[in-house]
Design a protein around this ligand. Sequence first.
Ligand code: NDP
Length: 285
Amino acid sequence: MPAMILDGRALAKSLRASLQTDVAAFVAQYNRTPQLAVVQVEGDPASESYVRSIRKQCASAGIAFRLEQLPADVQQPAMDEVVQALSSDDSVHGILIQMPLPKALLADRVVAQLDYRKDVDGIHPMNAGLLAQGRSAFIPNTPAGGMALLQHYGIEIAGRRAAVVGRSAVVGRPMALLLVHAHATVTICHSRTPDLAAVLRECDIVAVAAGRAGLVTGDMLRPGAVVIDFGINMREDGSMVGDVDFASAVEVAGAITPVPGGTGPMTNSMLLRNVLDAARSQLSK
Ligand code: NDP
């Protein structure tokens, strides 16, 4: 029997509806509007399209949106100053720095200017450290969305074997920590893992964030495994595929996220929820 589809598009839609209600209640209580500021260096079409989509979603949620656009040749001091100014501006509750930054800029130095209490993307080392310690933190949105899908569909995590393919600071590594916090036994795989299939076949939950189209195929999975595919890979014909070969995996897995329509739509939902949470914690002090 083919796998159950973990429908991120549908879940993100229902989360957006409840966010709208919660933002309205927040505005009524505090007489303030939560605001997200996005810092973007010009010149990356993919980033520009992403920022347009965030702006649209903020508008429909009732969250104020502010864009700080900097020229492609922006120098480090100017970039640092923009992030510092937003960090100390009380009308801004969440800050998103669009990555990757141009090579001439030191990303770590830019992130260091960010007030971690406004770090709604979970990229500040303070939030990464809090997450590693299992304390309350802003969690990177993509793995948070993957966990929300598992929770929404009632998938048992505690006591199960899980593998995460990929160890980046924004997806793989935080996903592994979140699974550990949810009491799974977790193996982190990466490009030096010698026999990926042997590891995956032992696992009940497989989360993939490698950026390699079709890396994980159905024959590498344990029958009934739950598969979370974070991969976004664009083919020459303009279509999008994940890191999991969906056609073969859907026949073996018990549940699987499609690409598109799985983890992708969840990411923005998590971001906007973080903006509201950040505003609430800043104003309730
Ligand atoms: P990175 O390139 O930073 O990390 C990729 C990871 O995959 C690395 O740890 C790398 O290992 C590992 N890897 C690469 N090839 C293999 C292989 N053959 N076998 C095992 N492991 C491998 O990517 P990101 O984490 O930023 O992104 C991963 C994917 O998730 C991309 O497709 C990206 O587009 C997507 N993504 C999706 C989002 C969403 O909203 N759904 C948001 C952000 C990203 P090593 O460390 O050894 O190099």
